[in-house]
Every structure is written in structure tokens, then in C-alpha cells.
Design a binder for this molecule. Structure first.
Ligand code: SF4
Ligand code: SF4
Length: 340
């Protein structure tokens, strides 16, 4: 069902949704950027539609709304363990088409890959997603080549046409709320982008043996293993554990899981002092092949959805799309020479 709503009507509908949902969307954090004086667009709670930033790409992805960077799993004392409470309200999250495709990748790893991750699933299964159709592409996007530029897997969509908000509701419980507040019922054809400025070609010649190519050595010097490319990525899932102690004897506290990254020091540390992939080029190799080869081999789709966020945030201007194309060319060349 399609509706048109003024800003005032949208805000009344959002207020009605607020009884059941916490609404997350890309919004402006004033002077929140790394460079002083600059604003940052990232996900946060919103209470008015005017807060939603439709025309800029958020630095972090939507996953922090339902898979937080730091999450308490349980509390412990000497004699008892108590599971953390599930958030009282369900998340309702404004997302782009590529983000919806990235949700599938998170689900692949955290729900479909063996026993489901209990703490992820308990929030994820209650989440609703609001599509924000992209009217233009951003400079670093390559969603069309990754086939993530379109989707019909959303609960509702919202777009601003310059005069009103156009809402397309698919989920029945959301339809009834918007029907109550809408000025008009209309037909909504959700637009999608069909061209990007950046293109990638993932060669069929890329296999496990691409790990042996010399191109990875270049990243020993270029990458500074800051991990920004993975923390901003909508399809990265890795986490580690952190215990917070309330008492000096360590017998009362809480266990948290926090995001981790295959690009940063310590990720592969083992008991006894061992460590794998110490060189930055080896980490880059692992990340790239995981994103475009290994995940596809296991789940039938690439892990990367072409959102371009890793390119946007890398302080060393390392481009993931360039790396894919360089790897494809090198794999094809090496195969032709019989080196792989
Ligand atoms: S473009 Fe980069 S940030 Fe986006 S899904 Fe692919 S690897 Fe992740
Ligand atoms: S953001 Fe760039 S420099 Fe930082 S870890 Fe990723 S590739 Fe390396």
C-alpha cells in the first residue's frame, strides 16, 4: 500500500511506531568527524523524520542498530550468571538496498552457519527495515556490478519527493499505522539506481591459489592495519570477548562481545604466544579473498555488497574495488602463464 504524508503526518506516524519500536537512521552528529569541526553521518536513534539524512552515505553501516559494537551478554557474580535483557523495543532501521543485501551476509554467518548466534538472532528476528531508495549513486559505490542495487525484501520504503514523503508499506502492522496518519493513498514505484561510476569484475580465475600472488606484498607498506575498512563494512561479523570486572578479585562483572577486525593487531593471537598473518599484506589477502571468494564458495554469494564504505574511510586511500580488479587481472594473467 502506498501513502503520501507531510512531515507532520510522518512524525505522528513515527510517534505511534515509537510505542513498539526504536527507530534508527543515518543522522548528523555535529562535529563528530575525525577532523575537527566536521560533521559525521552515522546511525543513531531518531524521533523526527527531519533527522534522517537521505542524501549522504553513512560512515558506519546499519548493522550497529541490531548488532552493536559493544554488547553485554551476561552478568556474573561468584555464584550466579544472569543473561542480559533483550532491548524492550524492536529496532526499525532505515537502510539502503545494498544494506539489505548485507543483512543476508550477516545472517549467513551468524544464523545459517551452524547453530544460530543466540544474542544476534534474538534482536535480528524482531527487526524491521525501511528502504531508503538511492536517487543518485555515491562516488565509491559499485552495487550494480555486485547485483545489490535493487531489492524487494523490505517492510516499507520512504522517500522524499520535494513536497511530501512517499511511503510504500509491505508489512501489515506498519500499513495500519501509516493508513491512520496518511493524507492520501497513492501508487508508489520504488526507484533504484542502474549505473555506478565505479565498476568491478570478479574473475572466475580467482581461487584459493590467488593467495600466492605477489600483489599482496604491496599492502605491507600501504595498509596501516587500522581496521576502519572492516568496522564500517555492513557484512563484517567478527567479534571478540571482553570481561569487565566490578570487583578487584574479578568475581563479579559482565562479559561483553565487541567488534573485532581481521586487519588489526592481536586478532589472530593464540594461547602460548602464536600469531597468524602478522604482515598487513597477509591480512589484506585474507580479507579480500574472504569477501569475494570464500564466502561465495560456502554460501553462494559474495560477502561484499559493493557499498564502497571501506573506500570512503581508508586513511591510506586503499580502494577495495581497485583491489578486486587488480586481483582479477593478476589471477587471469597468472593462470594464462600456468603460474596458478
Ligand atoms: S564495499 Fe567494502 S565496506 Fe562495502 S561490503 Fe564491500 S568490503 Fe564491505
Ligand atoms: S582502512 Fe585502509 S589502512 Fe586501515 S586496515 Fe583497512 S585497508 Fe588498511
Amino acid at each position: 500500500m502506498g501513502f503520501s504524508l507531510s512531515a507532520e503526518a510522518m512524525n505522528r506516524a513515527l510517534a505511534a511506531l515509537g510505542a513498539e519500536y526504536t527507530v534508527y537512521a543515518p543522522k548528523v552528529f555535529e562535529e563528530g568527524a575525525n577532523f575537527s569541526g566536521l560533521d559525521l553521518v552515522r546511525y543513531g536513534k531518531i524521533s523526527a523524520i527531519e533527522e534522517v539524512v537521505f542524501d549522504k552515505k553513512s560512515v558506519n553501516s546499519c548493522k550497529e542498530a541490531f548488532y552493536p559494537p559493544s554488547e553485554t551478554l551476561f552478568y556474573f557474580t561468584e555464584n550466579a550468571v544472569k543473561e542480559s535483557a533483550i532491548p524492550l523495543k524492536k529496532p526499525l532501521v532505515f537502510v539502503r538496498s545494498c544494506d539489505i543485501h548485507a543483512l543476508k551476509r550477516l545472517d549467513d554467518v551468524l544464523i545459517e552457519n551452524g547453530a544460530p548466534d543466540y544474542f544476534y538472532e534474538r534482536i535480528r528476528k524482531n527487526a524491521c527495515f525501511v528502504l531508503m531508495p538511492c536517487k543518485t549513486v555515491f562516488d565509491s559505490c559499485f552495487c550494480v556490478d555486485m547485483k545489490t542495487n535493487t531489492t524487494d525484501d523490505y517492510d516499507m520504503s520512504v522517500e522524499w519527493d520535494g513536497a511530501c514523503y512517499r511511503v510504500n508499506c509491505k508489512a501489515g502492522h506498519l500499513c495500519s499505522i501509516f493508513k491512520n496518519h496518511a493524507e492520501n493513498e497513492i501508487e508508489v514505484n520504488v526507484p533504484f539506481v542502474s549505473q555506478t561510476k565505479v565498476h568491478v569484475m570478479i574473475s572466475n580465475e580467482i581461487t584459493n591459489t590467488a593467495a600466492m600472488l605477489p600483489l599482496w606484498d604491496e599492502y605491507d607498506g600501504r595498509c596501516i592495519n587500522c581496521g576502519r575498512c572492516t568496522f564500517g563494512c555492513p557484512s563484517c561479523t567478527c567479534w571478540t570477548m571482553q570481561d569487565m570486572f566490578y570487583t578487584e578479585n574479578g568475581k563479579a562483572g559482565e562479559r561483553r562481545r565487541v567488534w573485532a577486525s581481521c586487519m588489526v593487531d592481536g586478532f589472530t593471537d593464540l594461547a602460548g604466544g602464536g600469531s597468524y598473518r602478522k604482515k598487513n599484506g597477509e591480512r589484506m589477502r585474507f580479507k579480500v579473498l574472504h569477501k569475494i571468494y570464500n564466502h561465495k564458495k560456502r554460501f553462494g554469494r559474495t560477502m561484499c555488497v559493493g557499498c564502497g564504505r571501506c573506500d570512503d574511510v581508508c586513511p591510506e586511500y586503499i580502494s577495495f574495488s581497485n583491489t578486486i580488479n587488480t586481483l582479477s587481472a593478476a589471477a587471469g594473467h597468472s593462470r594464462a602463464k600456468g603460474c596458478l
